[in-house]
Design a protein around this ligand. Structure first.
Ligand code: PGA
Length: 257
């Protein structure tokens, strides 16, 4: 991690935890973390149904609230969808966009991610935009091409000022939920490819401002290695974010209390 970018650790709960479970979990996370704000920005992203409960528990603390998805329109006939304004009303500050599970199971494409990104920025939300290759693409030597095209399509039409507010998450799909973490040096290399792509689309200063997380089987014992890499500014954490003590360790970037 570079000194002038603040690390950001986000927990992606996926479809886990009811409102009751959310309250219990966040109380124990807050006691694990203690009152002192960690060096990293800490964000939890519960399911939509738990956002209100989460807000009540983390109110007045340094833990921030994120959503896992949203629609790009402000309102309308979009059954089952949630708008940026609805999230903001619940105290949400961050939103994960284009997660590979959304792309894989809900046919979400870069064009939709780009529209969501634009809407999130307009609403003042911090988007966490996920990109990453499949195992087949990696084995075919296509990793760099895949992530370059994803970044280009998602950032299409955005100004440098807008881009500077985006957080990217490099999440190799083969590393998600598999326990197979991407080698830290290789993850750093791909995050560097992302940063170069951002620089070509904007300018060097903007590219140096953008924070890039690594995601994919991040655990309390892998985070320190990952954070030691120059181009990795944090983590998007799935499985290990569901357990208070492991997520607290990751939020402290692997350092002891
Ligand atoms: P994982 O998930 O940490 O369980 O691999 C990461 C993610 O999907 O964001």
């Amino acid at each position: 991690m570079s000194n002038n970018r603040r690390a950001i650790i986000a927990g992606n709960w996926k479809m886990h935890k009811t409102t009751a479970e959310t309250r219990v979990f966040l109380q124990s996370l807050l006691s694990e973390l203690g009152p002192q704000p960690p060096e990293a920005e800490v964000v939890v992203c519960p399911p939509f149904t738990s956002l209100e409960a989460a807000r009540e528990v983390i109110k007045g603390t340094f833990v921030q609230l994120g959503a896992q998805n949203m629609h790009w329109q402000s309102h309308g006939a979009f059954t089952g969808e949630i708008s940026p304004g609805m999230l903001i009303e619940l105290g949400v500050t961050h939103v994960i966009l284009g997660h590979s599970e959304r792309r894989q199971y809900f046919a979400e494409r870069d064009e939709a991610v780009a529209r969501k990104l634009e809407a999130a920025l307009l609403a003042g939300l911090t988007p966490i935009v996920c990109v990453g290759e499949t195992l087949e693409e990696r084995e075919g030597g296509l990793t760099d091409n895949v992530v370059i095209v994803q970044v280009q399509r998602c950032l299409h039409g955005r100004t440098p000022e807008e881009v500077s507010r985006v957080v990217f998450a490099y999440e190799p799909i083969w590393a998600i939920g598999t326990g197979k973490t991407c080698d830290a040096a290789e993850a750093n290399r791909v995050c560097g490819v992302l940063r170069d792509t951002i620089a070509r689309m904007t300018d060097d200063h903007t590219a140096q401002t953008v924070r890039i997380q690594y995601g994919g089987s991040v655990k309390s014992d892998t985070i320190a290695d990952q954070m030691a890499q120059a181009n990795i500014d944090g983590a998007l954490v799935g499985g290990a974010s569901l357990e208070a003590s492991s997520f607290a360790t990751i939020a402290r970037l692997g350092r002891p209390e």
